[in-house]
Each structure stands twice: as structure tokens, then as C-alpha cells.
Design a protein around this ligand. Structure first.
Ligand code: HEM
Length: 252
């Protein structure tokens, strides 16, 4: 007697079970209707469109620059959370923690460099993504609102980089923030107030370190997450990426 096991058959039987049906209320995603239901009913896929034009999946449509920026953001969030386990935003402890990361913590150098290099790459990639979108005319209607969201994302990325700069609490950090906030104070009328509020005083000290830490680890990442979610949702609502007729022609 021969017994043949069919994976497809087992899957079909599994789909008929009560447990499966209590979790997935639709059938397999084989028709346009069930494909749509698969997207609408899935927490993680809901950001994705039900249908995509083939051309917008091609490399030329985006060079995946926005997606790579997002990937770097994820790397930064994960490595940043790990770094928080070893860091105190206080003077002089912050600098000692940096030394510990270098000489004491296992893989501390790797973790710190991963965070720094990913941050530098993200700034580069976000600019590149912006230039690429501009070059393709992706800022034109109906994408103009998403372009504005993008400008705020660029600002969030730059502020994240800038606030992270002070955290190592070394000479470079101290003088970079001193110079940066002095430039801010040259703004007419509100410059000195803005400098005072961002430093929590008149000089770069412990108050400034704490403020930059909270901005860097909580406020700005939350703003970036909300903006990224709106940005992705908007790409979908604007009918996908800007595609051109000749996008998939070879050699162009
Ligand atoms: C954290 C920063 C950013 C992330 C993670 C991000 C992510 C993305 C992703 C994943 C897409 C879809 C396709 C692609 O990869 O290009 C996209 C599209 C788009 N992005 Fe961004 N983006 C960011 C910053 C920006 C900036 C700075 C601008 C412009 C000022 C911008 C403007 C746009 C526009 C207009 C589109 C639609 C493009 C089209 O219609 O072809 N984004 N973004």
C-alpha cells in the first residue's frame, strides 16, 4: 500500500479547521476579492496596497532608496535601544559609558559603530531618495502633500543626527553643539530664546545633555514613526509611485 502526502491537501484540510477559521476569516488569496480581504484584514499588511502596478516594483521607479532609508531607520531604532542599556545621560558618566562601550562591553564597539554608520548612511540615503523623487517629478500632483511630509521627514532625520551628536559628551560633541546653538542664537528676535530653551540654560551643560537625550531617544523617533506611517499610507493613497512609460524598457 502506498501513502502519498500532499502538502497542498494538508494545507486545505488545515484551512477547514475551526481554529484556522477563527483566526483567518477568508479563503486563500486567489481572487481579487480574497486578495483585497487578505490586505485589509492583516495588521501588518494594511499599509500595503491591494494591487500594485508592475512598473512601480521595478528598480528604476525608486532604486528602493526610500525603502533602504526605512531599513536603516529600523537598524537605528534597534541598535539605539541596545545602546540605551549602557548609557546614562549625565555628566561625566556619559563619557565614561562611551569608554566602557569601547573597552568593557562585549561587542560594544560594533554596536556603537553600527549606530553611527547607519545614522550617517540614513542622512545620505534620505537626501539621495529626495533627489531621485525630484528628478522623476515625484513631487508633482497628486504627490505634492507627500513631498511636504518628506520635507518634515528630512528635518526629523537631520535633528535626530544633530541631537545624537552631543550624547558621547566628548570634546567634539561639546564644541559641535556650542557652535550649532550659537548659530541658532543669531536668528533675529527669537534666536536667544530658542538657544536657551534647547540648552535648558545659557551654556552646554548637563541640562542640555538631558534635553538632547530625551529629544533623541523619545520625541524625535516618535515624530519620525508617525511621519513615516503617513508617508507610506500616502504613497498608497496617491495611486502608487510615479512611473514612466519607458521604465521597464531594457537599456534605458
Ligand atoms: C525617513 C525618511 C524617508 C523614508 C523612510 C521614506 C520612505 C519612502 C518610501 C519607502 C517610498 C516608496 C518608494 C521608494 O522607495 O521611493 C517613498 C516615496 C516618496 N517619498 Fe519618501 N522617504 C523619506 C524621506 C523623504 C523625503 C526627504 C522626501 C522629499 C522631500 C520624500 C518624498 C517622497 C515622495 C514624493 C514619494 C513618492 C514618490 C513617487 O511618487 O514616485 N521622502 N518614500
Amino acid at each position: 500500500m502506498t501513502t502519498s502526502f500532499s502538502f497542498q491537501g494538508a494545507l486545505e484540510r488545515l484551512r477547514e479547521t475551526r481554529v484556522w477559521r477563527s483566526i483567518f476569516r477568508r479563503g486563500p488569496a486567489r481572487t481579487n476579492r480574497t486578495r483585497s480581504l487578505a490586505i485589509f484584514g492583516n495588521l501588518f499588511l494594511h499599509l500595503l496596497p491591494v494591487k500594485v502596478r508592475e512598473k512601480s516594483l521595478g528598480v528604476r521607479a525608486s532604486y528602493y532608496l526610500g525603502s533602504i532609508s526605512f531599513l536603516l531607520f529600523i537598524v537605528l531604532v534597534i541598535s539605539g535601544i541596545l545602546l540605551m542599556f549602557y548609557y546614562h545621560p549625565a555628566s561625566p558618566q556619559a563619557y565614561r559609558d562611551m569608554k566602557d562601550l569601547r573597552f568593557v562591553v562585549s561587542n560594544g564597539v560594533f554596536l556603537r559603530n553600527l549606530h553611527r554608520i547607519a545614522a550617517q548612511l540614513m542622512v545620505l540615503l534620505v537626501f539621495w531618495h529626495m533627489f531621485h523623487v525630484f528628478y522623476r517629478g515625484g513631487y508633482k500632483p497628486p504627490h505634492e502633500f507627500n513631498w511636504v511630509i518628506g520635507v518634515f521627514l528630512l528635518l526629523a532625520t537631520l535633528f535626530l543626527s544633530y541631537t545624537g551628536y552631543l550624547l558621547p559628551w566628548d570634546q567634539l560633541a561639546f564644541w559641535a553643539i556650542t557652535v550649532g546653538t550659537n548659530i541658532i542664537s543669531a536668528m533675529p528676535a527669537i534666536g536667544k530664546k530658542v538657544r536657551f530653551i534647547s540648552l535648558g540654560g545659557n551654556r552646554v551643560g548637563e541640562n542640555a545633555l538631558l534635553r538632547f537625550y530625551v529629544l533623541h531617544c523619545v520625541v524625535l523617533p516618535l515624530i519620525a514613526i508617525v511621519l513615516i506611517a503617513v508617508h507610506f499610507w500616502r504613497v498608497r493613497k496617491d495611486g502608487g509611485l510615479t512611473v514612466r512609460e519607458h521604465d521597464d524598457e531594457p537599456g534605458k
